[in-house]
Design a binder for this molecule. Structure first.
Ligand code: GDP
Ligand code: IMO
Ligand code: MG
Length: 425
């Protein structure tokens, strides 16, 4: 067994990029298994900040093979841009592989994403507008175009032609948009992108992963988004269109569950959410603003301000259950340095009932109010600490509380964005 899965335990942006980069040093392979360029994973190495959207966060180590798995949806122009800027920063990218089974995002997916958001004014999901949902719809509807289809230009042309007809009809007649797609133009544009990416394409990416497993290579699965954005286990319909949970790694990379030996939940020391949908511990104004400013809580992909709130133990328990967490990586502990009192939600209360299991049906979730426990803050700069023993007693108490709620052990504590700002237990 040699596979470790990294998953977000909240609504994304927990610091998965930082933790993946940190652990990648001791890995042979890092695989992205779902999502697309809706993700924004930040890695800070000394003074340099990298924002990765599709390229796995192990890319800074030339000996680590980085695989974009079959479960990912790919924006080819976005990926090319990312590759270009990483090359300009001095990384070779010789270690990158792209699954031929990954589905490709086309302009009509982005147009449909925008059209659906505009016509659902009241129930807007607040998507990243990257065409993620519509691309996954085509995948599951068996109309999608995969990277491997570019190897068969006639097959690609036929699929594209059919999709352009269907999507134009839907966009113009139903959504009352005014779109006109040119088959030849789009065909040439995308074949051009493919030509530039071809050197990275692995025809059988699951073979690449399983060969590594068979010789006991150390492999990290890098989840995007988070458990509460999971299409099955999150706050549906205010979710993304894939399975960020640990089980998604098996499907999105193509290996068996018995190969997983650790599941690391990345847990922000408080909670944020970007986009619409329920968020029981959200704090409007005041402390919420302080968390946003101290934590720099603005979207990595869209720049939108993130909604902020106290740590939610009900969400934590749910994430521990559906992912089978074996370890916790607590991030952004330093952001709490300034608070005199820190609240932690241990349960919800609704109509006199105590609720400990997260209601994934948002109608049942409505009216759930967090029941808080208040813990004393530590009022001390912890951002330069490197050893657990140096942490103030109140910070240790806070960590113990999170571990108790998750029923998992804390093995990593991040105290700043930079690679070296980490405490290992
Ligand atoms: P991801 O999507 O889960 O990879 O997270 P993002 O990169 O979108 O957002 C996390 C943000 O917090 C980024 O700006 C990181 O550089 C930053 N960050 C990560 N860990 C820490 C930490 O321990 N302390 C502080 N202050 N910032 C952190
Ligand atoms: P990382 O990997 C935070 C949110 C969007 C929206 C919902 C659906 O950086 O943690 P989509 O474009 O996926 O159809 O949008 O999901 N969302 C994220 N929020 N971090 C992310 O990724 C996200 N990816 C999608 O804001 O609410
Ligand atoms: Mg992010």
């Amino acid at each position: 067994m040699s596979v470790t899965v990294i998953v977000g335990t909240q609504w994304g942006d927990e610091g998965k990029g930082k933790i993946t980069d940190l652990l990648a040093r001791d890995m042979d392979m890092v695989v992205r298994y779902q999502g697309g360029n809706n993700a924004g994973h930040t890695v800070v190495i000394k003074e340099r900040t990298f924002k990765l959207h599709l390229v796995p966060s192990g890319i800074f180590y030339p000996n680590v093979t980085c695989v974009i798995g079959n479960g990912v949806v790919l924006d080819l122009a976005g990926l090319l841009g990312e590759i270009k800027s990483l090359k300009e920063a001095g990384f070779s990218l010789n270690n990158l592989k792209i699954s031929s089974q990954a589905h490709v995002i086309f302009p009509y997916h982005r147009d449909l994403d925008a059209a659906q958001e505009q016509t659902h004014e009241a129930g807007r999901i607040g998507t990243t507008n990257r065409g993620i949902g519509p691309c996954y719809v085509d995948k599951f509807n068996r109309r999608g175009i995969r990277v491997g289809d570019f190897l068969h230009p006639e097959v690609f042309r036929q699929k594209l032609e059919w999709n352009l007809k269907e999507k134009s009809f839907l966009l113009n007649s139903f959504y009352k948009m005014d779109v006109a797609y040119d088959l030849e133009e789009i065909r040439k544009e995308y074949l051009g992108y493919f030509g530039l990416l071809k050197e990275y394409v692995a025809e059988e990416s699951s073979v690449v992963v399983n060969e590594a497993i068979s010789v006991n290579k150390r492999i990290l699965m890098e989840g995007a988004q988070g458990t509460m954005l999971d299409v099955d286990h999150g706050t549906y319909p205010y979710v993304t269109s894939s399975n960020p949970v640990s089980g998604g790694a098996c499907c999105g990379a193509g290996f068996g569950p018995q190969e997983i030996d650790e599941v690391i939940g990345v847990v922000k020391a408080y909670v944020t959410r970007v986009g619409g949908g329920p968020f029981p511990t959200e704090i409007a104004g005041g402390v919420g603003d302080e968390l946003r400013e101290r934590g720099g809580e603005y979207g990595t992909t869209t720049g939108r301000p993130r909604r902020c709130g106290w740590f939610d133990g009900v969400v934590m328990r749910h994430a521990a259950n559906v992912n089978g967490l074996t370890q916790l990586a607590i991030t952004k502990m330093d952001v709490l340095d300034s608070f005199e009192k820190i609240k932690v939600c241990a349960a919800y209360e609704k109509e006199g009932q105590v609720i400990r299991d997260f209601p994934t049906d948002i109608a049942r979730l409505e009216g759930c109010r967090p029941v808080y426990e208040e813990l004393p803050g530590w009022r001390q700069d912890i951002s330069k600490l490197t050893d657990y023993s140096q942490l103030p007693a109140n910070a240790k108490k806070y960590l113990d509380k999170l571990a108790e709620l998750a029923e998992a052990r804390v093995t990593l504590i991040s105290v700043g964005a930079e690679r070296g700002q980490i405490i290992r237990i």
